[in-house]
Design a protein around this ligand. Structure first.
Ligand SMILES: [Zn+2]
Length: 313
């Protein structure tokens, strides 16, 4: 049986279950959580995160792929604790998001790969928690020279370890196409790569051109945001791809993270807000069913495709 690395150690792939493709558990841009921990109320942050994850678990979410990198304030010990308290399997990421650290600007590409490989094979810091996925990110700025080094390092780490890559792209300007070009140039296997935030566009021809290279797509960022496709448009794009025979390459998610609670926050946070980890389960997936995507296809996208992506099997 293939195993999958989670923050609580390896699990049998049969235990993966219903899986969200692109989420976060704790995000602090610029690592404020590490450097200015006194800005946050950790007791309430932890309690609220456990509440939301427990709600997700009770609502049928078994596993979350947490694509939080060091430049997003990654804290795998926090994640391990809330995974343990909630019962949700959480896969942690190595890699780098959009804020490529200065130290990476000059570092050799193989030395970048060494860092990712260390986090995949030995663990993150001294925690022993192994990364199960490599995250990279390019937004509206395109693939900058610094970010290209990270992409090439990720491709080499994938080739050395078999650990899959999951990206953040800015889909409206087809940034994912450039990501694929670089991965292919490095000789990385496209069937171990997922191009993320792909539901930020409704351009089915573009998405199909990506799929034709052999990659997976993460159709995430449900329920959408101001100026981007709303959840119904995201569903329509997913359905168009399903109708064209691509369900076996699609995964779904929210790109959601419960916000860390500020130390200055007054009032009760942990009481009412229903978690957004359940938007797909409670709203978008039932609507997809009503639109004629059958239960078997939804299971394929929510269970079997993430399993294949994470294990390569
Ligand atoms: Zn994200």
């Amino acid at each position: 049986m293939p195993t999958i690395e989670t923050v609580l150690g390896p699990i049998d792939d049969a235990a993966l279950g219903f899986t969200l493709s692109h989420e976060h558990v704790l995000v602090a841009m610029g690592e404020d959580n590490h450097h200015y921990p006194w800005l946050f109320d950790w007791e309430r942050t932890r309690a609220n995160t456990v509440r939301e994850l427990s709600e997700a678990k009770a609502g049928g979410v078994d596993t979350i792929i947490d694509l939080t990198t060091p430049d997003l304030g990654r804290d795998v010990e926090f994640v391990r604790d809330v995974a343990s308290d909630s019962g949700v399997n959480i896969v942690a990421a190595t890699g780098i998001w959009r804020d490529v650290p200065r130290s990476f600007w000059e570092r050799g590409i193989d030395r970048i790969a060494d860092i990712f490989v260390r986090e995949i094979e030995t663990g993150i810091g001294e925690t022993g928690i192994k990364a199960g996925v490599i995250k990279v990110a390019n937004d509206a700025e395109g693939v900058t020279p610094q970010a290209e080094r990270v992409l090439r390092g990720a491709a080499r780490a994938l080739k050395r370890t078999g650990c899959p890559i999951s990206t953040h792209q800015w889909a409206p300007t087809i940034v994912g196409a450039r990501q694929v070009e670089i991965f292919v140039d490095e000789g990385a296997p496209t069937d171990r790569i997922c191009i993320g935030h792909s539901a930020d566009t409704t351009d089915v021809a573009y998405l199909e051109s990506l799929l034709e290279t052999g990659v997976y797509l993460s159709m995430d960022r449900y329920p959408g945001a101001e100026g981007r496709p709303d959840w119904r448009e995201r569903n329509a794009t997913v359905k168009a791809l399903v109708d064209r025979g691509w369900a076996h390459r699609l995964m779904l998610g929210h790109d959601y993270a419960p916000a860390p609670i500020s130390a200055r926050h007054r009032g009760d946070v942990a009481a009412t807000e229903p978690t957004r980890y359940l938007f797909l389960s409670t709203v978008a997936l039932p609507a997809l069913r009503d639109d004629g995507v059958n239960a078997e296809t939804i299971d394929l996208m929510m269970r079997e495709v993430p399993r294949r992506f994470l294990t390569g099997g």
